[in-house]
Ligand binder design. Structure first.
Ligand code: UD1
Ligand code: UDP
Length: 367
């Protein structure tokens, strides 16, 4: 019997790891252990509830306005005993958060094999996204299994000299989750409110955007709402108090902009599916939107997800107010441009990533 531990701590990691927890738990030859760091609290618990996953360990590290030192040090200190006690054959981490990095470092110190889910994403700019680009590079140095979503992410690792025998292309587990959430019948009071308008779904939270860049993004959106009577915006806002302060200052009090609490993932996916377009600096949403055929303006200078740009559904628009405003306006006014960006395409696999990862872990002689 192989013992596999999954460690995650934030909303996006949970959304992409919970389907894998479920898949691994079905396997007779695998004992599955779940440890959450609690880097996020409410937003993590929302996902655990939605997928009905009960963690075996919860490190409960979140505190308000935590900085990168708080998160890294607290995880490193607290996870040591869990890893020592359980001594898993493989510890799975996901993506590029501080939870991912600190857990991989702890595993490295304890000589525990690491499996990296969503491996090989790169911008090759250490400041964008920050600190995520560093985190994912660091995990690649020590991972024994690299589960890449696409050939592009595999090629990045090969170019960096990672042993090809450790690399598997599986698709992204985000697509596994998406398959189960969107439904024709879905409705909600906010979607009723947005009926008969063109709905823009907005999310923004990146650390490097907090401050001036975020003020620019929100000002551009306010200009659009002032100019187009038929546009409404829903912004399920991240719980970071720094983000909330800026959003309330710039967007608060606008009749056609609703700032609401973070949505449960099932609700959020259905909101995306009903929207006219999406404005975001999120990573995960860049993976989900191409499947839904919704144009996405990515309010960042870089992306580690060029697959969506190539597919034509994503456009990088940076964080300058004028540029964001201009690009939203084009999609609102130019039907051809809109149609070009709204063809449904999915570069992230066929929704069997979890099955493939479980097969590899089950089949490999890892003990
Ligand atoms: C983290 C990840 C980022 C990921 C994002 C997803 C790092 C360095 N960053 O950034 O890669 O894109 O999660 O959302 O790991 N808060 C709450 N309740 C919650 C969650 C957050 O109150 O459920 C507040 C806390 O005040 C916390 C702050 O948000 O201090 C920031 O959370 P943190 O995890 O440090 O950073 P994120 O910006 O969420
Ligand atoms: N999401 C959600 N509720 C919301 C906003 C986003 O469930 O109100 C989901 C979204 O579908 C995606 C993930 O959260 O799967 C993205 O998380 P986030 O933007 O916080 O982090 P990132 O992907 O940028 O790391």
């Amino acid at each position: 019997m192989k013992k596999i531990m999954l460690v995650f701590g934030t909303r996006p990691e949970a959304i992409k790891m919970c389907p894998l927890v479920k898949e691994l738990k079905k396997r007779k030859n695998i004992k599955t252990i779940v440890c959450v760091t609690g880097q996020h609290r409410e937003m993590l618990d929302q996902v655990l509830r939605a997928f009905n996953v009960v963690p075996d360990y919860d490190l409960q590290i979140m505190k308000e306005k935590q900085d990168l030192f708080d998160v890294t040090v607290n995880i490193l200190t607290k996870i040591k005993n869990v890893l020592r006690k359980e001594s898993p054959d493989v510890c799975l981490v996901h993506g590029d958060t501080s939870t991912t990095f600190a857990t991989a470092l702890a595993c490295f110190y304890l000589h525990i094999a690491i499996g990296h889910v969503e491996a090989g994403l790169r911008t090759y700019n250490l400041n964008s996204p920050w600190p995520e680009e560093f985190n994912r590079h660091a995990v690649s140095i020590v991972a024994k299994y690299n589960f890449c979503p696409t050939t592009l992410s595999r090629d990045n690792l090969i170019r960096e000299g990672i042993n090809p025998k450790t690399i598997y292309i599986t698709g992204n587990t985000a697509i596994d989750a998406l398959k189960t959430t969107v439904s024709e019948e879905y409705n909600n009071k906010y979607l009723e409110w947005a009926k008969n308008s063109r709905l823009i779904m907005l999310t923004a939270h990146r650390r490097e955007n907090i401050g001036e860049p975020m003020i620019h993004m929100f000002r551009a959106i306010k200009r659009i709402v002032d100019e187009f009577d038929d546009v409404k915006v829903i912004y399920p806002i991240h719980m970071n108090p720094l983000v909330r302060e800026i959003a309330n200052n710039v967007l608060g009090g606008e009749e056609r902009i609703k700032i609401i609490e973070p949505l449960e993932v099932i609700d959020f996916h259905n909101f995306l599916a009903r929207s006219f377009m999406i404005l975001t600096d999120s990573g995960g949403i860049q993976e989900e939107a191409p499947s839904l055929g919704k144009p996405v303006l990515v309010m960042r200078d870089t992306t580690e997800r060029p697959e969506g740009i190539k597919a034509g559904t994503l456009k990088l628009v940076g964080t300058d107010e004028g540029t964001i405003y201009k690009n939203i306006k084009i999609l609102l006014e130019n039907d051809d441009e809109y149609k070009k960006m709204s063809r449904a395409q999915n570069p992230y696999g066929d929704g069997t990533a979890c099955k493939q990862i479980a097969n590899i872990l089950e089949g490999d002689n890892i003990c």
